[in-house]
Design a protein around this ligand. Sequence first.
Ligand code: PEP
Length: 247
Amino acid sequence: MMRRKLAAGNWKMNGLSTDLAELDRLITRHAAPAVDLLLCPPATLLAAASARLGNHPLLIGGQDCHAAASGAHTGDISASMLADAGARAVILGHSERRQDHEETDQMVRAKARAAHAAGLTTVICLGESLDEREAANTLDIIGGQLSASVPDNSTGENLVIAYEPIWAIGSGLTPTLDQIGEVHDFIRTRLERRFGAGVGRSARLLYGGSVKPENAAEIFTISNVDGALVGGASLTADDFSAIITAL
Ligand code: PEP
């Protein structure tokens, strides 16, 4: 099964309109990319970012959505609103949202169901804490998050899983290549068991957590790593471009 590689950037709560110059530089440098590209700027920049793409295949994505289609949810954004602003994908269940907004697996699953219904690809994030890893509970935690966060209506096209150890995000620390491989193989097996070989083998699995130009190439040699979800190093075209080239 040939899965297209995917380099996804998460700008988090960073970026003003002037920073879209980095997006311009990125799409100029990768005019005909050999891999899929996704950039998730803050919601305030979605429409402007989409408008700058022209015919470029880079996808723009949101960083969260509400589970409801519309209604009395001040400050929230629905999946169809993301799509209306030009988004084709959305990151869900990022550990910062699980921590800062007490998002549970059940909430992530409901959001993912809504996102799929709106035609968005979901990048569903899973990851263990340092305590959980040190207690040798990583696979139990990942298995639990995977089965509870991923909705039944997932397909090989609309489901991307990002394995992001919480302790590796923004810390400069990364798991060993064997540790990353173990978790990715585990997720692949679980997806195949639940959804069958078709969906299970075509959903893409990203590694995320301190991916940089310096370590990207070796991480991309790991089987079942189909790309990366990149935070800090996606903020500049120079760094993100180097990671894309390594893929
Ligand atoms: C992230 O926010 O998803 C992430 C992986 O961040 P960083 O690359 O900065 O560790």
